[in-house]
Design a protein around this ligand. Structure first.
Ligand SMILES: NC(=O)c1ccc[n+]([C@@H]2O[C@H](COP(=O)([O-])OP(=O)(O)OC[C@H]3O[C@@H](n4cnc5c(N)ncnc54)[C@H](OP(=O)(O)O)[C@@H]3O)[C@@H](O)[C@H]2O)c1
Length: 262
């Protein structure tokens, strides 16, 4: 099985912590040169130092805020002109805040669509010509299991995730002929800042203890535990390899069996 990513260049968004960072670490271990993207420059510098470079990988980073889609578009255009080689794009960023959909404001939907769908689209449009030229492309979107089964209390997120999944499937249909695959990884509850923030917010709203809320969430998962970020990253990294060339247009849940649908 060919898992070697030597001589491949990957852009990994939202990669200074959590799932994105774990994906960057794993891709570098498989031999890829990684470009990290996030807002915090200090954390980007630290993360670059942590990436494997035993095979001469050249890692770098872009300081960008996904809240400003036009700025991100300009930054990626400049990067692509100078880099001239991108084989792997991992679309990922912080998730939208929680809350019931009946209380969501229209501007919250617009913000989430910009952060997730529009940035994904602009980034993909910028790198696809390079992937076509290389005859090798992997676009991997870190979304959520809410694509298959909406999650209570995450109204804006559920709605946005569905749109991203439809966008990805349509891209997969158009790009498969060029050796480019587009797939989604759907994390279940994963041990990052995001999940502990959700636990805290549920505990606050219900007036219960954080530990009790977390235990209840863990017990509802067949695996009876939250995922390690590395477990989600392993799936994303596999999809980036040559071994996964014939997997295209799928939404792969990495959730310990939590999602109820088949
Ligand atoms: N953890 C879970 O249980 C879980 C479950 C299902 C889905 N997900 C989804 O998976 C994705 C990643 O989750 P995570 O738990 O790994 O999140 P996380 O720990 O909060 O990490 C988010 C990453 O994105 C970057 N980021 C956040 N806002 C950004 C912005 N405006 N512009 C650029 N970069 C930004 C952060 O760096 P900076 O702050 O430096 O920008 C950080 O590197 C999210 O969409 C999340 O909703 C997570």
């Amino acid at each position: 099985m060919d898992l070697n990513l030597k001589n491949k260049r990957a852009i990994v968004c939202g990669s200074t912590q959590g799932i994105g960072k774990a994906v960057a670490v794993e891709l570098a271990q498989l031999g890829a040169s990684v470009t990290l993207v996030a807002r915090n420059e200090e954390k980007l510098k630290e993360t670059v130092q942590e990436l494997d470079h035993a095979n001469g990988q050249q890692h770098d980073f872009i300081v960008a805020d996904f809240a400003d889609t036009e700025e991100v578009k300009a930054q990626i255009a400049a990067y692509v002109q100078q880099q001239n080689e991108v084989h792997i794009l991992v679309n990922n960023t912080g998730g939208p805040p929680g809350g019931p959909i009946t209380e969501a404001k229209p501007e919250e939907f617009l913000k989430a669509f910009n952060m997730h769908l529009i940035n994904n689209h602009n980034l993909a449009q910028a790198v696809v010509p390079l992937m076509k030229k290389a005859g090798y492309g992997r676009i991997i979107n870190i979304i959520s299991t809410s694509v298959k089964e909406p999650i209570a209390g995450l109204g804006v997120s559920n709605t946005t995730r569905g749109a991203v999944a439809s966008w990805a499937k349509t891209m997969a249909n158009e790009l498969g002929q060029f050796g480019i695959t587009v797939n989604n990884v759907l994390p279940g509850s994963t041990k990052t800042g995001r999940i502990y923030a959700l636990v805290e917010s549920r505990a606050e709203k219900s007036g219960r203890d954080k530990q009790e809320v977390q235990q209840e969430m863990e017990q509802s998962i067949p695996a009876r535990r939250f995922a390690e970020p590395e477990e989600v990253a392993a799936a994303a990294a596999f999809l980036a390899t040559r071994a996964a060339a014939y997997i295209n247009g799928v939404s792969l849940a990495v959730d310990g069996g939590r999602t109820g649908s088949i």
